[in-house]
Design a protein around this ligand. Structure first.
Ligand code: ADP
Ligand code: MG
Length: 363
């Protein structure tokens, strides 16, 4: 099911009684989420991700704007009639019920012609349990399951109603690192198998990038960019998006544009046809440095970290916004790193230039 947001806004009264006013958790969203895809809704904590899901599910009413599922305006449709499955970070399973009973729970209050026989409900639960690979756990209680297994039960419970949209709110946050990796691949597989439009909320850019068909990057209630993960990484709209995506993070330097060149300090690192700007922020991805003799960007070498396939070169430059920056180079590209200095050429498609005050992209 395609989802359309039209000027969607949600304002809460501020929790700060002294200051008063309101918090705009979702600020004028207008965009479309395509049918059958896995969408990563990504942004720092407090940026309005959960509020967006609550508006979608019908748990909260927008202050302004409309929500459409397909061609239908669902803004005033109550949550239980929207056909949305929700999964939370903390699983929210009923501890006194078995896995089977937890999964069939949302099917039990159907009335009239939709009422299901017990055997039908069990069959649907078994089918869904199979999909999320917990069919051998159906008669256990939640406290007899690992975190990863509990989250699968929560996903099964959301899927058993055959929702047209599945919403996952930070579903991996309570899992340890290895399970998180495994479960995110599992979510990808389940989404591909069911083709249900899925919105996956996370503050972890790597998580969102790795499994999403499309990511929506937001901050302070505002959508900053929407696109395929690689597209957004390679072509960030602004400084926030550039710095939020990527591990290790993008490196920032104070610079200027003069006589058709981008400068960091005295080093002209890039040609451009943009006219002069006295102060810019130059952002270079860690993989955008090529160590060469007499390169255009010369720095003080701090240390080298060997990581197997790649090598991290940690260096200093007086214009760097941090005490040091990190270049990731392939081991075969490594020149001899004797002495205190290292010089690089930079790969033009890995360099972005921003207005330091507004964060807008210049190059
Ligand atoms: P996220 O899920 O991205 O961490 P939320 O959607 O939970 O963000 O919150 C967005 C903003 O709205 C935050 O500033 C938060 O404090 C505020 N907020 C969320 N729920 C309420 C509420 N019920 N009342 C007042 N403010 C709220
Ligand atoms: Mg949240």
């Amino acid at each position: 099911m395609k989802v359309v947001f039209e000027n969607l806004t949600k304002a809460y009264p501020s929790r700060d009684k002294k200051k008063g006013g309101e918090v705009i958790a979702v600020n004028n969203f207008s965009f479309e989420i395509p049918d059958g895809k896995l969408i990563g809704l990504l942004g720092p904590s407090g940026c309005g991700k959960s509020t967006t899901l609550h508006l979608l599910s019908g748990l909260q009413k927008p202050t302004n704007g409309r929500i459409y599922f397909g061609e239908d305006d669902v803004t005033d449709v109550p949550a239980e009639n929207r056909g949305v499955g929700l999964v939370f970070q903390n699983y929210a399973l009923y501890p006194h019920l078995t896995v089977m009973e937890n999964i069939i729970f949302p099917l039990q209050n159907r009335k009239g012609k939709d009422k299901l026989k017990k055997e039908e409900m069990h069959e649907m639960a078994r089918e869904t349990a199979k999909l999320v690979q917990i069919e051998e756990l159906l008669y256990r209680k939640p406290n007899e399951l690992s975190g990863g297994q509990q989250q699968r039960v929560a996903i099964a419970r959301a899927l058993v109603k055959k929702p047209s949209i599945l919403l996952l709110d930070e579903p991996l946050s309570n899992l340890d690192a290895r399970l998180r990796l495994q479960t995110r691949e599992e979510i990808k597989r389940i989404q591909e198998q069911t083709k249900v439009t899925t919105i996956f909320v996370t503050h972890d850019q790597e998580e969102a990038m790795s499994i999403s068909d499309l990511i929506i990057v937001m901050k302070d209630g505002v959508v900053h960019q929407i696109g395929a993960p690689q597209e957004v990484y390679d072509n960030p709209n602004n400084l926030f998006v550039a710095t939020f995506l990527g591990t290790p993070p993008i490196n920032l330097f104070k610079g200027k544009i003069e006589n058709n060149k981008v400068y960091i300090g005295d080093n002209a690192i890039l040609n451009t046809n943009v006219e002069d700007v006295s102060e810019v922020t130059v952002a270079i991805r860690p993989e955008g440095f090529l160590p060469v003799e007499n390169g255009s960007f010369s720095c003080n070498l701090q240390r080298v970290e060997v990581m197997g396939r790649d090598i991290s070169v940690i260096a200093e430059h007086e214009c760097c916004e941090k005490p040091s920056f990190r270049a990731i180079v392939r081991s075969e590209n490594l020149i001899s790193l004797n002495g205190n200095t290292v010089s690089f050429d930079v790969l033009p498609h890995k360099v972005f230039v921003f207005n330091p005050n507004t964060g807008d992209r210049i190059i």
